[in-house]
Design a protein around this ligand. Structure first.
Ligand code: ATP
Ligand code: MG
Length: 674
């Protein structure tokens, strides 16, 4: 229901501001055990020294870790050769390796029976486990099957499959023979898939008959057939079974399972140069047409290896639970490459957070004894709308680290995650990064024992990361309280190498605006304690009477109201002020209050806590979640901006929307508002 006028006269009181001062790291970074390489670094006696060393001696730092953490076929002879102006990044030059060997073979040799993958299928209690030895066999079989079917080193292979051991084996099978995978989220419509196939010149598509998410069947093979009919490049489609349903056949089809079963369980790994492409992956498309981001072999492997270990405090024997889909970078780096390169047991989550009920994540944590749990703020927000008993009935004592990624996490969600899920005992880690950074760039961990975790901010740059805040004058501002564009000053090993087929767009998007820096597109503030707080996308920063105001901060205040589930604030043109805020507010389930009163309360809170200029005069209320979100759960504010100013016809690329139907509801609501 969309509310445009007052309803019932009950309004709950606004809760006081979260007063939590955060917590302390439960386990600090241990120099001698976490990083035995330390003996090579002169003058490093503390975590702080080590971080400083990593940015003042990057080649020595990364070179040492590159040698000790990666198994090389031929050692590298130069650590880095980078040029920010040209967007040219080379790491570990002269080195040769195979990423699949690093993720599987070396663990299969030492601990063959250790579980590598736990597949938590759509229906709870339907888990399947795959050991390292079994994974090695499967990866080799997939690799041989690809080779037998004509896939060569350097070919692009589209993987349009649900999160599953077969999909992981497909990614690693590509890596084994030097093919470049492009995972496309299984759920994208045929047009989106066709666009990605065409852009990458894909000849081989790997898919399944169907997939199931939240009990709902998605016709993957049918989507592939439609996409392939529109593309000029595809030569073969390998189809594996997920549900076993009868699906249509075309002359391009090959039975993937049958071909894999016949293939040999040993496949000689291809010798890859450090800078050969490992994969390409399209960004979420929150801001426009998705970009085909390219990552290469060694630098990406090393960076995801280290961040998975240190940001999450991964210890041997832990069960690592990142619930992201493999269609996103989080799935690549923290479901597959990071954990497997460390020989971890990693969870593959095929379902949805509210299926069959809002306790699904916590039921899984209890059953699988998950130690690190990593999800998106949108998941947390959707769960805190429901009763806490969905969390509290499970034994969550295995959890040590709770992390989030994808959007700024608001205080209410952070606090709920910390107290209700973590019982106040876990490190809650907001992690900021992007498809383009390859791995986590800013997060509260690692740091020294007992160091602070400030609620709802990403805080500390990872080793080798030097954030820089660029002001509107194009100059770096290093003062406490500085607020501006979030840039990174010095390249790190997993920085994106290019946008596939469009290096010009790569330069234009990330390097030309602030010459000499990588520009992330996000805003950041350095707080009074010297910690970094991401403020949202620069496009979402409003300029109200010359004052710059991030939408995330206004949303944070609105979201705290006990009747509000989620909100999105956008800037719309204003004759005098330049821009003014417009708020979309989703109320919690069962809220039947006086909406006019709720609006007044929210405006009052924003005025009190931020300032009068930040108060949205116009507010759109709805009691069902109709915010337009990408399939990775991010709010597409550009659509909301258009709807707020009645430009219903000019919504731009909406192909990455999870629920395209919400757009019509928003438009109807906007018309009713007047
Ligand atoms: P596109 O680039 O196509 O618009 P996208 O930026 O949404 O899509 P991703 O690379 O998946 O695609 O997302 C990275 C973005 O997500 C970051 O630039 C940032 O805006 C947001 N983000 C991720 N983690 C955080 C976080 N912890 N805090 C704030 N924002 C975050
Ligand atoms: Mg982006």
């Amino acid at each position: 229901m969309i509310w445009c006028r007052s309803i019932l006269p009950v309004v709950r009181q606004i809760k006081s501001r979260w007063i939590s001062t955060g917590s302390r790291l439960t386990s600090g970074f241990s120099l001698s055990t976490d990083i035995p390489e330390i003996e090579n670094f002169k003058g490093v006696n503390s975590y702080k020294d080590l971080h400083k060393f990593s940015i003042t001696n990057p080649d020595e730092f990364w070179g040492t870790l590159g040698r000790s953490r990666i198994d090389w076929m031929k050692p590298f002879d130069k650590v880095s050769e980078c040029d920010m102006h040209k967007g040219s990044f080379k790491w570990f030059l002269g080195g040769q390796l195979n990423v699949s060997v690093n993720c599987v073979d070396r663990h299969a040799a030492k601990t063959p029976d250790k579980v590598a993958l736990i597949w938590e299928k759509d229906e709870p209690n339907e888990t399947e486990k795959v050991t390292y030895k079994e994974l090695l066999d499967l990866v080799c079989q997939v690799a041989n099957c690809l080779r037998d079917n004509g896939v060569k080193k350097g070919d692009r292979v589209a993987i349009y499959m649900p999160v599953s051991p077969m999909a992981v084996a497909a990614m690693l099978g590509c890596a084994r023979i030097g093919a470049i995978h492009s995972v496309v989220y299984a759920g994208f419509k045929p047009d989106s898939l066709a666009e990605r196939i065409e852009d990458a010149g894909v000849e081989t598509v790997l898919t399944t008959d169907q997939c199931v998410r939240g009990g709902e069947v998605i016709e993957l093979k049918k989507n592939v057939d439609e996409a392939v009919a529109k593309s000029s490049t595809v030569k073969r489609v390998l189809v594996s079974k997920r549900t076993g349903a009868e699906v249509g056949k075309t002359p391009l089809d090959i039975d993937f399972d049958e071909a894999v079963a016949k293939a040999s369980k040993w496949c000689e790994p291809e010798v890859m140069n450090s800078e050969d492409m490992l994969f390409m992956l399209y960004t979420s498309g929150s801001t426009g047409k998705p970009k085909g981001i390219v990552h290469s072999q060694a630098g990406y492997l090393l960076y995801t290896n280290l961040t998975q270990k240190f940001v999450f405090d991964y210890q041997e024997g832990d069960i690592f639970g990142c619930v992201a889909d493999i269609g996103w970078i989080t799935g690549h780096s923290y479901v597959v490459y990071g954990p497997l390169s460390n020989g971890a047991t990693t969870v593959l989550f095929e379902s949805k957070p509210r299926y069959p009920d809002p306790g699904r994540y916590w039921d899984m944590v209890e059953r699988l004894k998950i130690n690190q749990f990593y999800c998106a703020p949108t998941g947390i927000r959707s769960l805190l709308r429901s009763d806490n008993s969905f969390v509290q009935k499970y034994d969550l004592s295995s959890l040590r680290v709770l992390a989030s990624v994808g959007e700024p996490i608001d205080h209410e969600a952070w606090e709920w995650y910390h107290t209700v899920v973590g019982g106040g005992k876990c490190d809650v880690v907001d992690s900021w990064w992007q498809t383009e950074t390859g791995g986590i760039a800013i997060a509260p961990r690692p740091s020294g024992a007992g160091d602070k975790i400030v609620p709802a901010i990403a805080m500390r740059p990872f080793f080798g990361i030097q954030p820089a805040i660029l002001g509107r004058d194009g100059k770096e501002d290093t003062s406490l309280g500085a607020n501006g564009a979030c840039c990174i000053k010095y390249p790190w090993p997993s920085i994106a190498r290019t946008i596939y087929g469009d290096h010009e767009r790569f330069l234009e998007t990330y390097f030309n605006k602030y010459p000499g820096y990588y520009f992330s597109g996000d805003g950041v503030r350095l707080n009074q304690e010297g910690y970094y707080q991401l403020t949202g996308r620069m496009d979402d920063v409003m300029s109200i009477s010359g004052i710059r105001q991030g939408s995330a901060e206004v949303e944070d205040v609105i979201d705290e109201h006990p009747d509000v589930s989620e909100s999105a604030v956008v800037g719309i043109p204003h004759e005098i002020k330049g821009e003014e805020p417009f708020a979309y507010v989703i109320t919690k389930q069962g809220v039947t209050g006086d909406i006019e009163q709720l609006k007044t309360d929210l405006q009052h809170k924003v005025r009190e806590r931020i300032a009068g200029f930040a108060v949205p005069r116009q507010m759109f209320f709805a009691d069902e979640d109709i915010l337009p979100k990408t399939r990775s759960g991010k709010i597409m504010r550009r659509i909301l901006r258009k709807i707020a100013v009645d430009e219903f016809e000019e919504l731009g690329d909406t192909s990455t929307l999870a629920e395209p139907a919400v757009v019509e509801k928003l438009i109807q609501g906007r018309i009713l508002m007047k």
